[in-house]
Design a protein around this ligand. Structure first.
Ligand code: SAH
Length: 355
């Protein structure tokens, strides 16, 4: 039985399901979900990410977090956490760069929040020397100063989609047509969570909401507000999402969202306004939403690339130059990806960010 068979049987039994329910099954079904069963990253996988492109990304993020830790009086101990750490590459680069700041790595209680058993095993290999521990849920984050990073985590959280219809909304649902998965629309109903979108949308516009993003960021922000710390949230998306941003990626190519459930990565653009507002409601300051390119330039990625280049030649040098461009150039990841920083109300934002 495939995951597609299972989803079709469920829809036959109980009717059309929300896109969020569909995405949850596709990504995290305990035995057949996309993330649960594989390591999807890298050239042989389905997609790649900034830390997998170059060590420069994680090194600069590590130094930014360590600087924030110093700015806040170098609390000992503190929680160093990552949401959705993938292969553990980003955290390994953070910790290697963090060694330059005396006491930082020694004081860190390393906590990883990862849903996939396959990727937890991979992280255990990459990060074993730092004795990480894994939490199933974000609300299990310890009550201590928290320095946290998330890269391409929020884009993997399931969304619901709603089509504007007068003063109400019709939810986009996954149902069946001749036993094939197909998109349809639910009945018109008011959506209290979308009141604020009545002003900037018209009939027929589609908006997305991510039900699990706000609870997740609220926990992170309340730890930071209460105990100190900071967070850097990287993802693609914008201040406010508009339109259908759901995409399936398989073997680095776009794929059909409803074809072969569980076999492709499903991602959406992140609605950063929702994250920022939830963080503010929990008592944190948040930065202006900043493009990844500008952020990395402010942290000195070009100087870092130049210093790495001194020891390289031939193909390795070409790869370094390509990685620098890929991470920062406006036509590559530089503008599409954004970073949002969080800090306690009275503290300085992480370096590279402003309010
Ligand atoms: N941050 C990594 C990996 C990004 S892929 C990088 O930049 O390379 C998304 C990651 O989030 C994967 O590790 C995936 O297993 C994890 N993930 C997705 N949904 C999750 C959830 N609901 N809870 C915890 N981890 C999740």
């Amino acid at each position: 039985m495939t995951l597609g068979d299972l989803i079709r049987a469920r829809i036959r039994e109980t009717g059309p399901i929300s896109l969020a329910d569909y995405m949850t099954d596709c990504l995290l079904h305990p035995t057949m979900g996309y993330y649960t069963t594989r390591d999807p990253l890298g050239a042989k996988g389905d997609f790649t990410t900034a830390p997998e492109i170059s060590q420069m990304f994680g090194e600069l993020v590590g130094l930014a977090l360590a600087q924030s830790w110093l700015d806040q009086g170098a609390p000992v101990p503190f929680t160093l956490a990552e949401l959705g750490p993938g292969r553990g590459t980003l955290m390994a680069d953070i910790l290697r760069a963090g060694r330059a700041v005396p006491g930082f790595v020694q004081a860190a209680d390393l906590v990883l929040i990862e849903a996939s058993p396959a990727l937890r095993a991979r992280q255990a290999v990459t990060l074993g020397e730092y004795t990480p521990r894994w939490l199933d849920r974000i609300d299990e984050l310890p009550n201590s100063p928290l320095f946290l990073v998330a890269n391409e985590f929020f884009d993997a959280l399931p969304v619901r989609q709603f089509l504007r219809d007068g003063a109400g909304w019709r939810e986009r649902l996954v149902g069946l047509d001749h036993d094939e998965l197909t998109f349809g629309l639910g009945p018109n109903s008011p959506q209290p969570g979308l009141e604020h979108r009545l002003a900037d949308t018209r009939d027929g516009d589609l908006v997305e909401i991510c039900p699990s993003a706000v609870p997740a960021i609220s926990v992170v922000a309340s730890r930071i507000a209460e105990h100190g710390g900071g967070a850097l949230i990287f993802d693609y998306g914008d201040w406010r999402s508009l339109g259908d941003t759901l995409q399936a990626l398989r073997g680095h190519q776009r794929a059909e969202v409803l074809a072969d459930p569980g076999q492709a990565d499903l991602t959406v653009h992140v609605d950063f306004e929702a994250l920022a507002q939830a963080a503010a409601a929990a008592g944190c300051n948040h930065s202006r939403l900043t493009t990844q390119g500008v952020f990395l330039e402010r942290l000195g990625i070009t100087a870092r690339a130049q210093s790495l280049a001194r020891n390289l030649e031939g193909q390795a040098l070409d790869e370094l130059i390509a990685a620098h461009r890929r991470l920062t150039h406006p036509e590559e990841m530089g503008n599409l990806f954004k970073v949002l920083g969080l800090c306690p109300a009275q503290a300085a934002l992480p370096p590279g960010l402003d309010s």
